[in-house]
Design a protein around this ligand. Structure first.
Ligand SMILES: [Cu+2]
Length: 261
């Protein structure tokens, strides 16, 4: 139903909750739009110049206007307290344990997403801004023993399905925004900050293609902050794989790294 209205397909465990919130907000906005629109038309007729030749500075004293305003405020507070804040709390109060998640660093730059995995040792190697170059966009220090097995990629975020993904998000230059529409994830990437974001992908890319009947479908990483002239081409893809395929991909990357490719 939501997809008919132009919403992207949902592919993460918390997507339904976010969608439910959007639906409630839109219903409230529809009620307000119709309500205030009707009131506006009523006012145009009721206070027309022909019937009111002399201005009345005291204004209307009806109880309905006041109680309507109070009711709208109560509904808005209820949406905030019972839906929006609890939904947000589940995103930021507790993050998945690193031992039970796919942990990855994502560093935005004008105009690409750099992806950094810790590799088999599970530890991220040292990075240094002085080492940043066109073939080492993350500034990874390969002389650090912990960095030797680290896997890096650009604009491709491989993750296994049904396992929490914990992204440590940052930026090298300006403010970008990490927007994964199908995962219902959006978080600003800010220079000088490492911001954790997490989600659990529930549908592999292949399964989603089959479901949608679109063989070329990809989960997009869209930069959602206007970050410069090349903003439009700052896009990557999230490749959600079965755990086996993900392990295979990881092993291939390690092999390529060892072979110096
Ligand atoms: Cu950007």
């Amino acid at each position: 139903m939501l997809e008919l209205l132009g919403m992207p397909p949902a592919a993460s465990s918390h997507a339904a909750e976010i969608d439910q919130m959007s639906v409630l907000v839109h219903w409230l906005m529809l009620v307000l739009f119709v309500g205030w629109g009707a009131f506006f038309l009523f006012v145009l007729v009721r206070f027309r110049r022909g019937a009111n030749p002399k201005a009345d500075y005291a204004g209307a004293k009806g109880k309905i206007a006041k109680s309507t305003e109070v009711a709208v405020a109560i509904v808005e507070v209820a949406l905030l307290l019972f839906y929006a804040i609890p939904a947000w709390a589940t995103r930021v109060r507790q993050f998945p344990a690193e031992s039970e998640a796919t942990v990855v660093r994502v560093v935005g730059e004008q105009f690409a997403w750099n992806v950094h995995y810790a590799g088999p040792d599970g530890r991220f190697g040292r990075t240094d801004i002085k080492l940043v170059s066109s073939d080492n966009p993350l500034g990874l220090d390969r002389s650090d023993p912990v960095a030797k097995d680290d896997i890096t990629d650009i604009n491709n975020l491989h993750v296994p399905v049904n396992r929490p993904v914990l992204v440590h998000l940052s930026s090298k230059d300006v403010i970008h925004s990490f927007g994964l529409y199908e995962m219902r994830v959006k978080q600003d990437a800010i220079p000088g900050m490492q911001i954790p974001v997490w989600f659990i992908p529930t549908v592999t890319t292949d399964d989603m293609r089959r479901k949608l009947g679109k063989p070329t479908f990809e989960y997009e990483i869209a930069c959602s902050q206007l970050c410069g002239l090349g903003h439009f081409r700052m896009r990557g893809v999230v490749i959600v794989q079965t755990p086996d395929d993900f392990q295979k991909w990881m092993a291939e990357q390690s092999k390529d790294l060892a072979a110096g490719r």
